[in-house]
Each structure stands twice: as structure tokens, then as C-alpha cells.
Design a protein around this ligand. Structure first.
Ligand code: BGC
Length: 348
């Protein structure tokens, strides 16, 4: 692997000789933001596990600002990263840093979110994003018993960030389950907003999801119409919808979906304000990525289980997909507390 001239090979060798040990290999970990709970967990888990495996870690968060993330990654390369692990804010705004990584032959792992439009992406590790949507859509279908009930039921949809390649998969996974019932008229969308572009939430922001939900509630539900289901792609957007409902809606409380099992949302599930979430154990993803890093650096075959799905516009990136798990108020204890993900106190 070619290293940057910042540290010449001779200098590196003399440092290693002086310390009497080989220098630890360095992993640069770039996370999108500290604003959302999960990325803090992802970053912490990655750092802990990589350090335990003997690597030096440079972990950075980019405050949801793509240009900050770009610069942070360039700095990691300048600091001599041997591997980069990147959870992108916007999948296709890191081209310059990826070109630089390619130039210095630094392997890049896309973490959770695919890096788009670049051939400099070596591997992708994530949860099965389409399956997340399928789990949400199937929950709605089963809970409303759509095959037998007469309906019609009112549905609203809140999806994720158009800049995040995952968002389309979550949306599509759910819509593929629900579309036949929409076509049949058993599910009706009073706002008329169904297409991904109409229901997307830039940057997954809770406040944006909330204000859109407030508008929908005042325009289409103020006359006492019930909203039966609010399909939300993740927990940060679900939280916005839940806050909007609390202040602007007095009908029967809808089914609300989510993803991540964030603390606030898990509390809401326990309190009956969110019906389900999809648990993606960030420890599982971190372990898988640490394993990938080791396999790459040792020149071993890298574990992947999907070589077809994730086309980033230039290449199909070999991927490892972890399995997402359905969560609700009935199984959260086993999933989240017994497994040590949260303490009981955190959910009080
Ligand atoms: C992740 C989700 C998360 C969302 C917002 C997605 O890329 O896969 O777990 O809820 O980003 O951060």
C-alpha cells in the first residue's frame, strides 16, 4: 500500500525501530453527525473495537456538512490512514476525497450508507436496507389485516433524505408491500403525497418531518378525519410526526413505524406513541466492519454476502448485509435491555 509522503518510509521505519515495535496500522473513521443517536453509537463501537484489535483510530464527525466531511477525510489521508471507513452525509459528494484515496491505494469501506458514483469504494457494510422497508410495510399490512379488512384506511408517508442512498431502499421496501392496497383503494393517501420526492425529509431532520406533518394534519385532517397509519422510514422522522400529532390531532392514534430503536422512540413505543421500530444493532455492524478491516489489511478474502444489489452508478460494490430485526413494545426488553444495548434506566 502506498503511503503519503507526509511521513516518509525512512522516517516511519526509524520511528518503528526506535519504539522497537511495528507501527500500528491506522484506520480513519468518518461519521456524519453527532446529532443523531445512532452515529454516536456507531463511532464509539468502531473506535472501541478497532483499538481492541490493535489499530490506531482517527474518528471524526462532520456536523452533517458534506464539505466538512470531505476535508476531514482528506486530512485522514494526509495523516496516513491505511483504511478509510466512511458513513457519508451525501453519498455522492465525496468524490474528490475518494479519488485521493484511490491515488494512494487506500481501501475504502462504505459504512451503512453507500458511497455513490465512484470506483474507489472497495466494500460496503450495512443492514439490508430494502428489508428494513419490507419489515415496516409488512407490519402495516398485518396490523390492519389488509387482506381481509374492508378499509379504506388513511395513510401518510414520511421518508428519508434524498441524498442518502438508503432512503430510497427503505421507502421502496415498504411501498412494494403496500402498493397493491393503494391501487385497490384499501389504503388511501388523503394528502395525495406518495412519490418519494414528495415525502422525503432532507437530512432526516425531526423538525422538517414535524412541520410537514403539521401542514398535512391542518390541511387534510382538521375536520376530524382519522389518519390510520403514518409510515415513517426511521425514528428521527417518526419523532417529528409524533410531536406534530400530539399538538395538532385528536382523532384515533395511528400506527407509526420507525427504525433504529433510538432511546426517545423506544420510550414512545413503551408509552404507545409509536407502534414499532426496526432494530439495527450498531454493535453487529461495527464488528463486521472491524473484521473487514482486518481481512483487507491482512490480504485475506473479505466476507461479503451480496455482490449484486449495490450499484453505486459506476460499480457494483461487494457488500455485507446484516439482518435488521422487528422491534415493538413486546420484545424491546429482550432485544435492547437483555442484550446490554440499553440499561433500563436509559428508557425511564
Ligand atoms: C441509516 C438509518 C438512520 C438514517 C438517519 C440512514 O442512512 O441507515 O439507520 O436512521 O440514516 O441517520
Amino acid at each position: 500500500m502506498k503511503k503519503l509522503a507526509v511521513l516518509t518510509i525512512a522516517a516511519a521505519m526509524s520511528v518503528a525501530a526506535m519504539s522497537g515495535a511495528a507501527m500500528a496500522e491506522k484506520v480513519g473513521v468518518s461519521m456524519p453527525t453527532k446529532d443523531l443517536q445512532r452515529w454516536n453509537q456507531d463511532g464509539d463501537n468502531m473506535q472501541k473495537e478497532l483499538e481492541a484489535a490493535g489499530y490506531e483510530v482517527e474518528l471524526q464527525y462532520a456536523s452533517n456538512d458534506p464539505s466538512t466531511q470531505l476535508n476531514q477525510i482528506k486530512t485522514m489521508i494526509g495523516n496516513g490512514a491505511d483504511v478509510l471507513v466512511i458513513a457519508a452525509i451525501e453519498g455522492d459528494s465525496l468524490g474528490e476525497a475518494l479519488d485521493m484515496a484511490a491515488e494512494y491505494e487506500i481501501p475504502v469501506i462504505a459504512y451503512d450508507r453507500l458511497l455513490m458514483n465512484s470506483d474507489a469504494v472497495s466494500y460496503y457494510a450495512t443492514f439490508d436496507n430494502y428489508m428494513v422497508g419490507t419489515v415496516q410495510g409488512t407490519y402495516v399490512k398485518d396490523t390492519l389485516d389488509l387482506d381481509n379488512a374492508e378499509g379504506p384506511f388513511n395513510l401518510e408517508i414520511t421518508a428519508g433524505d434524498p441524498g442518502d442512498n438508503n432512503a430510497g431502499y427503505f421507502y421502496q421496501g415498504a411501498i412494494d408491500v403496500l402498493q397493491p392496497y393503494i391501487d385497490e383503494g384499501k389504503l388511501v393517501v388523503p394528502s395525495g403525497q406518495i412519490a418519494f420526492e414528495e415525502v422525503a425529509t432532507p437530512q432526516w431532520k425531526t423538525e422538517t418531518a414535524q412541520s410537514r406533518a403539521e401542514n398535512i394534519l391542518s390541511s387534510f385532517y382538521a375536520d376530524g378525519t382519522n389518519v390510520d397509519v403514518w409510515l415513517c422510514s426511521n425514528d428521527s422522522t417518526a419523532l417529528g410526526v409524533e410531536t406534530a400529532l400530539a399538538a395538532n390531532y385528536s382523532g384515533e392514534y395511528p400506527i407509526i413505524t420507525g427504525q433504529d430503536c433510538d432511546i426517545e422512540n423506544t420510550k414512545n413505543m413503551i408509552a404507545g406513541k409509536q407502534s414499532m421500530s426496526v432494530f439495527k444493532d450498531t454493535r453487529t455492524l461495527a464488528s463486521q466492519v472491524v473484521k473487514m478491516v482486518g481481512q483487507i489489511l491482512n490480504g485475506e478474502e473479505v466476507d461479503v454476502n451480496d455482490t449484486e444489489t449495490y450499484d453505486n452508478g459506476v460499480i457494483v460494490v461487494p457488500s455485507y448485509l446484516c439482518e435488521p430485526v422487528f422491534a415493538d413494545a413486546n420484545n424491546y426488553k429482550e432485544l435492547l435491555i437483555d442484550s446490554g444495548y440499553y440499561t433500563e434506566d436509559q428508557l425511564q
